[in-house]
Design a protein around this ligand. Sequence first.
Ligand code: NAP
Length: 261
Amino acid sequence: MAATLFDTSAMEKPRILILGGTTEARELASRLADDVRYDTAISLAGRTADPKPQPVKARIGGFGGADGLAHFLRDENIALLIDATHPFAARISHNATEAAQRTSTKVLALRRPQWQLEPGDRWTPVESVAEAVHALGPIPRRVFLAIGRQEAFHFETAPEHSYVIRSVDPVTPPLRLPDQEAILATGPFAEADEAALLENRKIDVIVAKNSGGSATYGKIAAARRLGIEVVMVERRKPADVPAVGTCDEALDLIAHWLAPA
Ligand code: NAP
């Protein structure tokens, strides 16, 4: 039999698998790490070149679609699957729902609440990154692109703008854009630093995803203060599993669902 991620000497403990890649997933993992009632592991896609250490056992890489994840859940006898992936990672969430359904595994989504419009905000809501490109309009602008690297390629169709592009790892392949500056950085980002960046680079529009959470909210608060427009990509996650917004709520439900009969 293939090596298991879990503790084979503790077979009676319910096994929890967290689908991670977010701050909340790490936080939940660290709070479950020392809980002797459960055997917890985390799964990462492996996108980040230098991921932060995880507080529980970790596996890295895709499962091979919903089929692969269903096999994993069955083979590893997972009692609870927690989808704590990023609000914009739609495919893995879809796979999680389907695999859990097929294997009758309990599933819970941990989704941070999205940011809400506040007085002074100048948001232009869009449904996708492709739509965000059009929302920039035809007149050249100075754009702060803060959507991560995976979908940055869409902006190659709008080379008339100047871009400051921030991501954790470099955008690959490099973007074919005549005027671009890459900033490699990992959050959290403070509002004061974000305001300085926006002013120094003379940014007049930000493209952001409505990710929620505090780590990347600084740019939104700074934009409000400086009167800068934010083209805000709205979420499109499936809403077909029980979901909670905080680690505390998740821990309560876990205790309730996995309590010994
Ligand atoms: P995605 O489009 O929903 O998923 C693409 C594929 O990546 C999935 O089908 C799955 O491959 C694999 N995958 C994703 N998350 C995984 C996980 N936690 N463990 C194992 N495999 C995983 O996801 P994405 O947008 O590429 O994001 C990848 C990861 O980065 C996610 O875990 C997410 O939490 C994190 N992240 C995403 C964003 C964002 O803006 N999208 C931002 C910050 C962090 P198989 O089909 O082969 O299983």
